[in-house]
Design a protein around this ligand. Sequence first.
Ligand code: KIV
Length: 281
Amino acid sequence: MQQRRVTVPEIARRKGGEKIVALTAYDFPFARLVDGAGADVILIGDSLGMVVQGQETTLPVTLDEIIYHCRMVARARQRALLVGDLPFLTYQVSVPRALRNAGRLIKEGGVDAVKLEGGVHVADTIAAIARMDIPVMGHVGLTPQSVHRMGGHKVQGRRHGEAAGDRERVLADARAVEEAGAFAIVLEGIPTDLAAEITETLTIPTIGIGAGASCDGQILVLHDVLGLTEGVRPRFAKSYADLAAAASAALQDYAAEVRGGAFPTEAHSFAPLVALEKKRA
Ligand code: KIV
């Protein structure tokens, strides 16, 4: 029996209420686990460029690649709301291009909503996508697509000022995202007091990552949670398992058994024809 799905209005109503649990996922087997664990939102994030493709930044990820991963996740989803990330250059060039690309994520990727990074400068784009009845999740603060402007994946909002990444500007960006019609917003890599101020100011739910406990929900990158990003995991991400160690041990056992002749045994082989004929006789 199909489970009742989490909807956009339900997420919007969670403001100040039960915390929203969000995680990324990029493929069928892990999406099934994330959905089964009760996540409210699954984001097919452009973080896949770093944790799946092995790139240094999210910038090279294409729309076709995101769509490919969205489809795998959509096949596994029973309950969670699916949000697909619009990658770099798919929404910044022009509003008509952004509309077409957001539409492709819904139509071809099978997601329920799209996410894009930025505030004041993308407000018109958010409004146009939302007018097309495609729900939009915003994303301000440490926006990985701005990695070169930030000089790395660095905490934002620590300095007073109106320039991109400054405290007052991050607040203005969050307000602009809400006014443009987004149903929720990701706050990434900002001081806890700024995240608390934004959460108090906005009427849409805030979903934090490296933004402290006062947000209306939390999101983490799946590979960080499962311990698959040793050495490159950001300080704000918590690892709840060491899958890298477990996988590595299993693969070493397999290699040792193949080399030593312990695998395969009869249990993993097909009986020869002669033996089968004898059994039947
Ligand atoms: O791409 C992504 O996974 C994200 C989350 C970290 C919020 O944007």
